[in-house]
Ligand binder design. Structure first.
Ligand SMILES: NC(=O)c1ccc[n+]([C@@H]2O[C@H](COP(=O)([O-])OP(=O)(O)OC[C@H]3O[C@@H](n4cnc5c(N)ncnc54)[C@H](O)[C@@H]3O)[C@@H](O)[C@H]2O)c1
Length: 287
């Protein structure tokens, strides 16, 4: 939530510029036959949950709950703790971040603009993508980079909440395979989740990396939390499997091993993580 104007400018206005170029048939754009937007699970905000009387879509967790160490989401109707279930594409779209809002706008621009221009457009809602080649310097590229940098420097890892928060981590090769399959298909005007359909919690991520690196850094659960973070995420992959035949191949255990092997070949420098934590604290977004 820092560079709000820049997020909107790059993601929304940048996409509108692209559509304008296509509409004006600029720069050889007549040959464009497919548009695939790298959408995000961030557009779901907190995803789908089983509540007392059916499926629910919880909003931001209450500050009081988080301060009392109650990290799970509540059913907004009954107030009971709700159970996460795989989030499908028809789930409620209610992004909980500026980034998520810009991705929702970007997805709608591409799907609506593509239809108007007669260019087949598809949105792929990537889950948490990771793999060799990702930035190890940018603290916003995710916990695999952050934890790797800390552990390889022998530093401790501060795990937020209770470490049981989970994400659907999808290996880059699977993301590439899904994207190519969609480009090669003739499906149009649709949005698909791309993930593994499996939840991995943050403690598992940290311990897997620590063991792969043989690091002496300690994994410490702090109970700190960030305002606006979602608790869980699991993608429902039924649609992309049915329409495109895509099934992910790489388990988290395999993927994290390949990722760690690649990281070991890289020069490790400051990830900017400590700086990003200070910025969050200064803005009151980290408690
Ligand atoms: N990494 C994920 O887990 C994930 C999940 C869902 C969606 N996505 C989406 O996938 C896309 C790529 O994300 P990534 O994680 O690979 O990020 P990244 O930061 O590794 O790559 C982004 C790329 O965009 C380029 N870029 C940035 N600003 C630009 C600008 N103003 N003009 C032109 N190019 C610019 C950067 O140079 C970089 O090559 C993004 O649209 C992101 O929203 C990523």
């Amino acid at each position: 939530m820092y560079e709000i104007d820049r997020y909107v400018d790059v993601n929304a206005r940048g996409t509108s510029l692209l559509l304008d170029m296509l509409a004006k048939k600029e720069a050889g754009s007549e040959s464009v036959r497919r548009l695939v937007v790298a959408s995000s699970r961030a557009i779901y905000g907190e995803g789908k949950y089983q509540g007392r009387d059916g499926f629910v879509y919880p909003c931001a967790r209450a500050l009081e709950d988080l301060q009392n160490g109650i990290f799970e989401c509540r059913d907004p109707d009954s107030g009971d703790i709700a159970t996460p279930v795989p989030t499908d594409e028809s789930s409620r779209i209610h992004p909980s971040s500026i980034y998520g809002i810009t991705k929702q706008v970007q997805e709608q621009l591409i799907l609506t603009g593509g239809a108007a221009l007669g260019i087949g457009a598809v949105a792929l809602r990537y889950q948490n993508v990771y793999g060799p080649g990702q930035s190890l310097k940018n603290p916003y590229t995710g916990i695999l980079s952050i934890f790797s940098t800390l552990l390889l420097q022998g530093k401790d890892v501060n795990i937020f909440e209770d470490g049981k928060e989970s994400r659907d981590f999808v290996f880059i090769d699977d993301v590439v395979a899904a994207t190519i399959a969609v480009i090669d298909s003739d499906v149009t005007g649709k949005a698909y989740n791309v993930g593994t359909g499996e939840a991995t919690d943050v403690l598992t991520v940290a311990h897997s990396l620590k063991s792969n690196y043989g690091s002496g850094g300690e994994i410490k659960v702090s109970g700190n939390f960030r305002i606006g973070d979602i608790r869980h995420n699991i993608a429902d992959l039924s649609s992309i499997k049915r329409d495109i035949g895509f099934v992910p191949k790489v388990s988290f255990a395999e993927g994290v091993k390949a990722f760690s092997q690649w990281v070991k070949t890289q020069e490790i420098s400051d990830s900017g993580y400590e700086r990003s934590v200070s910025e969050l604290r200064a803005k009151g977004l980290l408690k």
